[in-house]
Ligand binder design. Structure first.
Ligand code: AMP
Length: 466
């Protein structure tokens, strides 16, 4: 998500910001702008930002000094093609219109939706995020930020939000601060972004993170800060450090690249192995492989080469496309691999599809041994807060032990970093559960900081307390 206020042709800045955030969603994108003469305008398109929001004919339809945008990655609503699910969503209220973009996942969206429909709301999409607009419409508050506060107090789960009225740019993070949101300064204007890498692309200066539970209301005159929720300990998503964020972003004052490199260092300390080559599964495994090679003293080499014209495989919604994706995206550098004992470093194993295929490619290229080292603990639980993970029974680590996974993948060894090791790498020297800031690590631990109530109603069994 990206939003800008106080610059000429804000939508052009938003398009650039969204381009830098394309890794967070590749299916579709949307921009809403406001101009005193033209009013609100919006455009939603399937495909990459660069293929749509670079055309002058489209950008001219989005004038004004205020704009927000979103790139879509379906975690809720219909998978794949439905333009009605593409954000930002827009609502017209008695005090003027408002548009909303949401990153995260609302865990009580089904029950809210049922209740709202019974009370007369007409939904336009299958998206969980649309509930917020309908809750705002029913609020009795006098202005849009207060209506949004009212609405968000009813919402459970993870939500970072970038929204706009005719004159205001609004940013909110849920009380646990699960998903990121940062503030930047550009000339006399302001920007809100999911990650700092998108501030860099427009030449904006990074100011600070929006705090967990904070709402900022920004006009051309300045910023107001509100805290509409009950204060809680924050639980930022640890998987943003492992995989989701871009390595050139800064989270909590730390470089994501440096954290990933440190994960590789911890991984090598915990799980050493005698081998000839440390090879990343590009691109997400690369910083951890650099750390692993440095710590182990084993040479680093690009044994797998990525075709830069393919997107992230996993992010494509259907199984068929995902299966083709690995070969379209990655190829083996035979000359480097042949005859070597290879350590493959990847950020995560989810279904195990990628690891199986890569192992086969490496063996076909003549590797003597294949050892997997994974820069996250086993992903044994689905995420209900905005990362698209499959159902629990499709997660390799939900049904198999580490040894069984090793056998299933037919590799010489397979080891994961421990959860404590991961905490050490993100800067919490004492490890987990030791009075250090806690993250949301539900995908690894099964401990969900907000009960996923819709899923529980559908029969999902949360882990029993230990
Ligand atoms: P799998 O083949 O299902 O084991 O997928 C593992 C690969 O997908 C890893 O190499 C990760 O880089 C990538 N990955 C893991 N989680 C996600 C996610 N939620 N969205 C997109 N890609 C992911």
């Amino acid at each position: 998500m990206f939003g800008v206020v106080g610059v000429v042709d804000a939508s052009n800045f938003v398009a650039l910001g969204l381009h830098a955030l394309q890794h967070r969603g590749q299916e579709a994108g949307g921009i809403v702008s406001h101009d005193a003469v033209a009013g609100f305008n919006s455009a939603r398109r399937f495909g990459y930002v660069r293929d749509n929001f670079t055309k002058a004919s489209l950008m001219e339809t989005l004038p004004g000094p205020l704009a927000i945008g979103h790139v879509r990655y379906s975690t809720a609503g219909s998978k794949g093609a439905a333009i009605r699910d593409v954000q930002p969503f827009f609502g017209e209220f008695s005090m003027g219109g408002a548009a909303i973009a949401h990153n995260g996942n609302i865990t009580n969206a089904n029950s809210l939706r049922r209740e709202l429909i019974e009370r007369g709301s007409i939904f336009q999409s299958g998206s969980d995020s649309e509930c917020i607009i309908h809750l705002m419409a029913r609020s009795l508050q006098r202005n849009i930020p207060e209506r949004m506060e009212d609405a968000l107090r009813r919402v459970e789960g993870a939500f970072s939000i970038v929204a706009m009225t005719r004159t205001k740019l609004i940013g909110v993070r849920d009380p646990l601060g699960v998903r990121p949101l940062v503030l930047g300064k550009i000339g006399d204007g302001w920007a809100l972004s999911s990650e700092t890498c998108a501030l860099d692309i427009i030449g904006a200066e990074y100011v600070r993170e929006i705090k967990p539970g904070e709402m900022v209301v920004i006009t051309e005159k300045g910023i107001e800060s509100h805290y509409p929720f009950r204060l809680q300990e924050s639980r930022f998503c640890i998987f943003e450090h492992v995989y989701f964020s871009r390595p050139d972003s800064i989270i909590g004052g730390q470089s994501v690249y440096e954290t990933r490199r440190q994960i590789g260092v911890e991984l090598a300390r915990e799980n050493p192995v005698d081998a000839d080559l440390v090879c990343p599964v590009p691109d997400s495994g690369t910083p951890a492989a650099i750390g692993f090679a440095h710590e182990s003293g084993i040479p680093f080499g690009m044994g797998i080469v990525r075709n830069q014209y393919m997107g992230r495989t996993f992010i494509e919604p259907t199984e068929q496309i995902r299966n083709m994706g690995v070969r379209l995206k990655l190829n083996v550098n035979r000359a480097l691999i042949k005859g070597k004992r290879v350590i493959l470093v990847d950020d995560s194993v989810v279904r195990g599809t990628t690891s199986r295929k890569i192992k086969q490619m490496i063996l076909d290229a003549g590797a003597a041994e294949v050892h997997f080292r994974i820069a996250s603990p086993p992903t044994a639980w689905p995420c209900f807060y905005g990362v698209d993970t499959p159902q629990r029974d499709k997660l390799l680590a939900a049904t198999m032990s580490e040894d069984e996974m090793c056998e299933h993948l037919s590799v010489d060894s397979l080891k994961f970093i421990s959860l404590d090791g991961l905490y050490r790498a993100v800067g919490e020297a004492k490890g987990r559960n030791n009075s250090c800031p806690q993250y949301c690590d539900a995908c690894f631990s099964g401990e969900y900081p907000v009960a996923p109530s819709d899923m529980i109603q559908k029969g999902f069994e949360v882990k029993a307390a230990e």
